[in-house]
Design a protein around this ligand. Structure first.
Ligand code: ATP
Ligand code: MG
Length: 420
């Protein structure tokens, strides 16, 4: 009788060889790109106090309302698996007094994130994001910098069918009057709105622009637009960002209905999507959040950031993933098939010496006959095989088909020399 098998949780992916290598490639490209622009890597914990996301992401958001993996630990604290990266990085910025560093403070991160969502292609419950956050400057050039970095990342990864959309949400002051106007508009059309949009008229009226529901979308096509209500200072900031993007030949569309899912944005918001992705078209996005650090208990600090989804970058990329090359330089086999007497100990010592000398090595571990071990070494692509027979050691050059007795030292020297 066999035990029942246990499957991975819904909405999670096992990253086998080539998929893991593809992820690693994105991470390496991002690391190089961010380093070249002066961004320092930061790794925050996978779980945080639940309160961080309630306050940092916003109560009336999809994430906080229904997507968080929240649990109590052994002492009854409420913790949450991080659903996004900005709030944790802001927490770290405040906690480590980074406002005392010379501004701007520029950070990037990478890792798994968790959202309880309807699992489908491009939408998972554990997914990876790479992101960047920059603190301490309200300069529109920083907005353009973050947008340019997101676009560069997509370009380097050969992401196809890319569209960049941008908008401005103004500051919370200039938004206040508009929110009232929008609330009144939404109330006037209440019966035509999806239930969750109706429920958020008070708490988060702007999210109505994000609704997928067709009737709601038809209403929102006639709604007053925040872009037409920006204060002079906000409009000037937005114009400066557009000009910089134009100078850099970064193509963009202005989307007055782009609001983004998180509560904390101010002024510039942006989203990069790909036509390759179907319904889950968002590759990455972000925006300015000039009030968030204050809301989390830090000093007033303008800031901006973005995050991109690794799985979606890869789904939209034309680059084919390849597994890492694992061919050993040395395969250690036994003349008599199964190791006899002290052969196993000597093989293990040789393996350790080879690794210490920087030679990739593997031992025959499945009791193959010498003939089969040689065939296996060949399949792995090993150029050399060490053959242990009693006290004897021989080195076989697979390409030349030659074999000779030698000492361990001669063997290691021959392989190191051969590789040069
Ligand atoms: P969407 O509109 O697709 O739900 P979002 O606005 O919730 O995206 P953000 O919170 O801005 O996404 O996250 C940034 C990026 O992270 C997205 O553009 C996407 O590439 C990726 N992402 C977000 N949620 C998921 C998920 N559940 N599975 C895979 N990738 C995701
Ligand atoms: Mg979402």
């Amino acid at each position: 009788m066999s035990a029942t098998t246990i499957r991975a949780p819904r909405g999670t992916l096992d990253l086998l060889g080539p998929a893991a290598a593809a992820h690693e490639r994105v991470r390496a490209r991002a690391a190089a790109l961010f380093a070249s622009a002066g961004y320092e890597q930061v790794e925050t914990p996978i779980f945080e106090a639940t309160e961080l996301f309630v306050r940092g992401v916003g109560e009336a958001t999809d994430i906080v309302e229904k997507e968080m993996y929240t649990f109590e630990d052994g002492s009854g604290r409420s913790l949450t698996l991080r659903p996004e990266g900005t709030a944790p990085v802001c927490r770290a910025y405040i906690e480590h007094g980074m406002h005392k560093r010379p501004a701007p403070v520029k950070l990037w991160y990478w890792g798994p994130f968790f959202r309880y969502e309807r699992a489908q292609s491009g939408r998972y419950r554990q997914f990876f994001q790479v992101g960047a956050e920059a603190f301490g400057s309200a300069d529109p050039a920083l907005d353009a910098e973050l947008i340019a970095l997101l676009v560069s990342l997509a370009q380097e990864l050969d992401v196809r069918g890319v569209t960049l959309r941008i908008a401005s949400l103004g500051t919370s002051e200039s938004r206040a009057a508009y929110r009232e106007e929008l609330r009144a508009f939404l109330r006037a059309h209440e019966t035509e709105l999806a239930p969750e949009v109706r429920a958020r008229i008070d708490a988060n009226p702007l999210r109505a622009f994000d609704a997928k529901d067709a009737r709601t979308a038809a209403v929102m096509a006639r709604a007053p637009l925040l872009l037409d209500r920006l204060s002079a200072a906000d409009a000037e900031h937005f114009a400066a960002v557009r000009e910089l993007l134009g100078e850099a030949h970064i193509a963009f569309e202005i989307d007055p209905r782009l609001v983004r899912g998180l509560d904390y944005y101010t002024r510039t918001v942006f989203e990069l999507s790909s036509s390759e992705l179907g319904a889950q078209s968002g590759v990455g996005g972000g925006g300015r959040y000039d009030r968030l650090i204050e809301q989390l208990g830090g000093p007033p600090t303008p800031a901006i950031g973005f995050a991109a989804g690794i799985e979606r970058l890869l789904l939209a990329s034309s680059a084919q993933p390849a597994a890492a090359a694992l061919a050993p330089a040395l395969y250690i086999a036994f003349g008599a098939g199964e190791p006899q007497g002290a052969e196993r100990t000597r093989a293990f010592a040789l393996w350790q010496e080879a690794l210490a000398a920087g030679i990739a090595a593997q031992i025959e571990l499945c009791g193959r006959s010498l003939k089969r071990a040689l065939a296996h070494a060949d399949r792995l692509g090993a150029p050399y095989v060490a053959i242990l027979t009693g006290q004897q050691l021989a080195l076989r050059d697979m390409r030349a088909g030659e074999q000779r007795q030698c000492s361990v030292r001669e063997l290691l020297a021959a392989i190191s020399g051969g590789e040069r």
